[in-house]
Ligand binder design. Sequence first.
Ligand code: HXC
Length: 269
Amino acid sequence: MALDKSFVDNSSWKPDLFKGKVVFVTGGAGSICRIQTEAMVLLGADAAIIGRNVQKTENAAKEIQQLRPGSKVIGLGNVDVRDVNSIAKSVEKTVEELGRIDFVIAGAAGNFLSDFNHLSSNAFKSVVSIDLLGSFNTVKACFDQLRKNKGAIIFVSATLHYYGVPFQSHVGAAKAGVDALSNALAVELGPIGIRSNCIAPGMIEGTEGMSRLTPPGATPFDKKVPLQRLGSGKDIAEATVYLFSPAADYVTGTIQVVDGGVWHIGSFM
Ligand code: HXC
C-alpha cells in the first residue's frame, strides 16, 4: 500500500498545495500515517516522521522522499510517544532541519486483540499510554510551532468506541479519549488559529491494523460495507489533504469517519 505520482496527476488538488509547509507525523513509518505523509509530500510539503524503530523509520523517510524530487523527508527513530521529552527533541531537530512545523499528525498507536479476562492492567495502560497520552504529548511538544504558524492537527482515531467491540476495550477507551482531546483542543486553540480534527479509518486494505485485527480465514467483510468495498490508502490520503487544506479553513472539532458507512450499521467483528 503506497501512493505514487498518479495521486497528483489524477487529483483534484493542486500539486503545490502544501509548498513551503512541514508536516510532523508520529507513526509515519506505519501504514495509515505513512500514506498520509506520502500524500502531503506529493502535494508539496516536507515531512518529519517519528517512530520507535530506527531502521524502519529512516528507511520509510528515504522512500517517501523519493516520491517528489526536491522534497525533504527526515526519519527520527528511537522516539517513544509516551515520553514527551523524546518528542520535544524530535521537534527541535525538525525545526533545525526543515525550518518549521505547520501540520501535526498524531498517529502512533498500539493494538492487539485481547479478551478482558486476559488483558492485564499493564497491557491496558500500554495502549492508552501510546494512543492517548502519546497524542497529547505530540501536540504538547509541537505546540509552540503550531501557535506560531497557525497550524492544524489531525489525530488518527477509530470507530470502535461508537459501539462495543469485543477484545478491543483498551483501544476503544484510548480512542474515545483521543476524540475528546481533539474536541477540547478545537475549542480551546481555535481562537489562536489552530484547528484540530480526527480521522477515524474503518477497514483499510493492506494496513497493519487490518492484518492484526482480522483473524486468519475470516469471512471477507467487503459486502457488509455499505459502499461495498474495503477502504484504500487513497481514501485516507484524500481525507487528510482535505482537512489540512484551505478548503477546511472553517472546519475544526470534527471527526471525519472514512469507513464506507460501516459505523452506521455497527461492528461486525
Ligand atoms: C494480551 C498483550 C499482548 C497481546 C502485549 N500484551 N501484547 N496482552 N495480548 N497480544 C501485554 C504485555 O504482556 C504487557 O503486559 C503489556 O501488554 C505491555 O507489553 P510490552 O510488549 O511490554 O509493551 P510495549 O513494548 O510498549 O508494546 C506495546 C504494544 C505492542 C501495544 C503492546 O503491541 C506494540 O508495540 N505495538 C506497536 C505497533 C502496533 O500495535 N501497531 C498497530 C497499529 S494498528 P504485562 O502485564 O505482561 O506486563 C492500530 C489500529 C487501531 O492501532 C484501530 C482499530 C480499528
